[in-house]
Design a protein around this ligand. Structure first.
Ligand code: UFG
Length: 339
């Protein structure tokens, strides 16, 4: 198929390109490079030994989208572009609604104009909010706690409404749990701008000595060891889920929300220990106050992904830590020149 990938130069995007290209899909990356890197795309081309087109543009730019859709004529879209910092979304909600929600509407409008009716959307488990029961299945009530999560929730609703109005359309809303790790090659990985907000890239930078010590947000949660528990899903597994979802939208109409998680959890402390083991480096930490807006536990029921997409996580937190370390130690400055 001809697949347009918004946000294809980002962390999840660059990893998704690899199995997509290996499955011989034709790809156009559409990215504004606000948090993605041209160097990541260069490395994806090397690793896959495949070529693809790149269009530098913002999804709110209707003209740029028009040009991309007109020239590339996609059969399907993988929509990953969006702002993703939960804390920042609290401080700059309008930017988040504009980039994520308005951008998604422009994208759907371009799809409609060009009779492209298949979309895989990068949603998030954050749409569930604080869990009423665990593991969270797709029927769990949705009550996101922060503007970032609300943008994901609103886009899900918009895609649902578009899909009911658009005959022959097909959508998969992938609700990611906690993506982490890097491609096994260690050549591409997560390269946050500034100080990382997420756990694994933060730990990785402590391990290389770039950051002095980890602050663990909260030691008094009702978990095995008092620290928050998350369902970490290896980014290579997550990447495969997108390809499985593309196969699904190609053959089945409708709109489905599907969890993408490993179905098992690790606490923050367990992650620290796993990273120390994988890297051989000490990870100094202190226990600090809880971070506002954090849930105590997040855990996926991943059965729907298995039955509907034939997808299941294959890698564990040891693989996550090993590959994150390979990437961080081999590329201590990430892709370079971005800070
Ligand atoms: N944590 C720390 N110290 C840090 C960073 C994180 O203790 O420096 C803790 C957090 O408090 C939390 C856990 O590590 O308990 C995971 O935190 P992350 O920031 O890595 O991930 P979140 O679970 O907060 O959020 C992630 C993504 C969101 C997504 C959500 C879905 O960042 O985009 O998972 O569950 F919505």
């Amino acid at each position: 198929m001809r697949v347009l990938v918004t946000g294809g130069a980002g962390y999840v995007g660059s990893h998704t390109l690899l199995p997509l290209l290996r499955a011989r899909h034709h790809v156009l990356v559409f990215d504004n490079f606000s948090n993605g890197s041209p160097e990541a795309l260069r490395r994806v081309k090397q690793l896959s030994n495949a070529d693809f087109d790149v269009c530098a543009g913002d999804i709110r730019d209707a003209q740029k989208l028009e040009q991309a859709f007109g020239e590339f004529r996609p059969d399907a879209v993988i929509h990953l572009a969006g702002l993703k910092s939960v804390g920042e979304s609290d401080r700059r909600p309008l930017e988040y609604y504009s980039q994520n929600v308005v951008g998604s509407i422009e994208l759907l409008k371009a799809m409609q104009r060009h009779h492209c009716r298949k979309i895989v959307f990068s949603s998030s488990a954050t749409v569930y909010g604080e869990a009423r029961y665990l593991p969270c299945d797709e029927e769990h009530p949705t009550l996101p706690l922060k503007p970032y999560g609300r943008t994901k929730y609103f886009i899900e609703q918009i895609i649902r409404d578009w899909s009911s109005a658009e005959a022959g359309s097909s959508a998969v809303l992938l609700r990611y749990f906690n993506p982490a790790g890097a491609d096994a090659s260690g050549r591409i990985g997560e390269d946050p701008i500034g100080v990382p907000a997420n756990l694994v890239p933060y730990i990785a930078q402590v391990a290389t000595g770039r950051l002095a010590s980890l602050r663990i947000f909260g030691g008094d949660y009702e978990t095995r060891d008092g620290t928050g528990e998350r369902d970490f899903v290896h980014v290579e597994d997550l990447a495969r889920a997108h390809v499985a979802a593309i196969d699904h939208v190609a053959r089945s109409p409708g709109c489905e929300a599907i969890n993408v998680g490993a179905g098992s959890g690790a606490t923050v402390l367990e992650m620290v220990k796993a990273f120390e083991k994988a890297s051989g480096m000490p990870i100094p930490f202190t226990i600090a106050a809880r971070r506002e807006g954090d849930v105590s536990r997040s855990l996926a029921a991943a059965r729907k992904a298995e039955s509907m997409l034939g997808w299941k996580a294959e890698r564990d937190i040891a693989d996550i830590c090993e590959t994150a370390w390979r990437w961080q130690s081999g590329n201590p400055d990430g892709y370079g020149n971005r800070k």
